[in-house]
Every structure is written in structure tokens, then in C-alpha cells.
Design a binder for this molecule. Structure first.
Ligand code: B1M
Length: 219
């Protein structure tokens, strides 16, 4: 049985979608529970991927393949997870700020969050402060996640934070920001709740925000 857990972990890391789905189905058929699969295979696979990514040992296309394999595993587990009470993870609205058309990093963050069981509403790129506020009103997310890759558009984070305050929504939603030019200092300055420098940190930070933990990414 232990080998099966390792096989599934490896299949996710190597981006082998079909193998990952087959191994997951096999584990379920053997009576293994979803939590055990997550604990012994999917979580360790992402932890390992994150370490490889940070050390520059893995390229972005490979990470996207792994994320796809993970999504496929979640697709197999989804109906079972849905029937669990207390397993609902939370709603995330994510978008790239106004003036910025970069979407690869944001998509990666969204994909990893989805693969971890979050409901992610991706409202796209070049999102105005008004559109962010509308999305918070409409979807009532637990977390609003904003990405900016351009130094020039960093100011948009601040604009959205102010718009949230003006519309009385700031206390109703946690905010996480990220993207290459963003840093902890700036995130603190604009009053965000968390900052993450990569997609894997974003996963941990969102977990912290949703479960009200003061994790290392909370500001
Ligand atoms: Co542009 N671009 N680009 N670009 N581009 C950068 C960002 C740049 C650093 C290149 C450079 O000059 N060295 C530079 C920005 C400089 C700056 O302001 N600091 C730049 C520029 C200047 C521009 C244009 C202005 C160029 C021009 O037209 N003269 C223009 C702007 C257009 C616009 O947005 N209005 C432009 C356009 C483009 C393309 C359209 C050609 C293309 C984007 C395609 C697309 O996204 N569909 C593009 C690309 C590809 C890049 C680079 C080369 C790669 C970005 C990328 O996708 N990285 C980039 C240089 C670079 O970063 N090496 C560059 C891979 C991705 C997985 O990483 O997006 O960083 P990243 O996301 C990471 C983290 O940042 C973090 O997690 C992700 C995964 O780990 N993260 C979050 C991101 N969002 C997060 C949110 C979180 C948490 C973490 O919580 C909410």
C-alpha cells in the first residue's frame, strides 16, 4: 500500500495525469480515505514541488503539468470531498490588477488553490477596482487575491483596498497580494492581510487566512 502512495506522489510531481488518476482510483478502491490520500500523497507532492521550484530545479511548464495532474486527482476526489461536512475549504476571488495583462503567475496560483480544494473564481486580467469590489459583493469570497507583475500597476492594490473600505467590504474579506515586484513592506503599507512570493507560499498563506492562523505569511 505504501508504494501506491509514493507512486501517486511521483505521478503528480512528474505531471503524469492519467497515472495519477489511476493510482487515486486504485487507492479509493482499496478503501483508503480522502484525507489519507491528501496527507500521504498530494500534500507531500506539492511540498516537494515547492522546494524544487524555490531551488530552481524545476521549470514553470513542468509545474503547470504537475498542477494539471493534481487537478485531475482532485477531480476524482471531488465528489467524495463534496459529501464531507467540514471539508469545505473556502471561496477565493483572484485577478490581475488594472493595467496589467500578465496572467501566467495568477493562473498558476489559481490552479494550485483549486487543486487544494478551494473554489476559485478567476476574474481575469486588467481588473479595475470597481470590478474587484463587484466580485467581492457578488461571490462573497473568504479571500480576495490580487496579482501585479508591473511596478507601474502596484498602486492598483492600494486603489482596490480603498475601494473596499469605501464600500464597507474591507472587514468582510481577507486580502492577499503577490507578483514579482511586490514585497512584504509594500503589502503591509497598503494594509493587505498576507503576502506570498510564489504560488506555493500563496497556498500556505490562504490556508492561514481561512483558518485564522497567524502563519508566517500573515502581515
Ligand atoms: Co512582461 N514584463 N511586459 N510580458 N513579462 C515582465 C513582468 C518584466 C519583469 C520583464 C522585464 O522587463 N524584465 C517587466 C516588468 C518590469 C516591472 O515593471 N517591474 C515587463 C514589462 C515591462 C512588460 C511590458 C510593459 C512590455 C512592453 O510592452 N514594453 C508589457 C506590459 C503589458 C501589460 O501588462 N500592460 C509586457 C507584456 C508581456 C507579455 C504580454 C508579452 C507576456 C505576458 C503573457 C501572459 O501573461 N499571458 C510577458 C511576460 C511573459 C513577461 C515575463 C517574461 C514572464 C512573466 C511570467 O509569466 N512569469 C516577465 C519577466 C519575468 O518575470 N521573468 C515580464 C512566469 C510566472 C509563473 O511567474 O508571473 O512572476 P510570475 O508569478 C509568480 C510569482 O510572481 C507569484 O507566484 C507566481 C508563481 O510562483 N505570484 C503571486 C504572482 N501573482 C501572485 C499572486 C499572489 C501570490 C503570488 O497572491 C494573490
Amino acid at each position: 500500500m505504501d508504494k501506491l502512495f509514493i507512486d501517486l506522489k511521483e505521478a503528480i510531481i512528474n505531471g503524469q495525469t492519467q497515472t495519477a488518476m489511476d493510482k487515486t482510483k486504485l487507492l479509493l478502491r482499496k478503501g483508503v480515505g480522502v484525507h489519507e490520500i491528501i496527507k500521504k500523497s498530494t500534500d507531500p507532492s506539492f511540498k516537494e514541488l515547492g522546494e524544487k521550484m524555490q531551488k530552481g530545479e524545476i521549470a514553470i511548464p513542468d509545474v503547470l503539468m504537475s498542477a494539471r495532474a493534481m487537478l485531475a486527482v482532485m477531480y476524482v476526489l471531488e465528489p467524495i470531498i463534496a459529501s464531507y461536512k467540514g471539508f469545505a475549504k473556502g471561496i477565493i476571488v483572484i485577478g490581475t490588477v488594472a493595467g496589467d495583462l500578465h496572467d501566467i503567475g495568477k493562473k498558476l496560483v489559481a490552479m494550485l488553490l483549486k487543486s487544494r480544494g478551494y473554489t476559485v473564481i478567476d476574474i481575469g486580467i486588467d481588473v479595475t477596482k470597481e470590478a474587484f469590489v463587484e466580485a467581492v459583493k457578488k461571490y462573497k469570497p473568504d479571500v480576495l487575491a490580487m496579482s501585479s507583475l508591473l511596478t507601474l500597476t502596484l498602486v492598483e492594490f492600494k486603489n482596490v483596498m480603498e475601494a473596499l473600505k469605501e464600500s464597507g467590504l474591507r472587514s468582510k474579506v481577507k486580502v492577499i497580494v503577490g507578483g514579482a515586484p511586490v514585497n512584504v513592506k509594500y503589502a503591509k503599507e497598503i494594509g493587505a492581510d498576507a503576502f506570498a512570493s510564489d504560488a506555493f507560499e500563496a497556498l500556505e498563506a490562504v490556508d492561514d487566512l481561512i483558518y485564522n492562523k497567524i502563519g508566517k505569511y500573515s502581515l
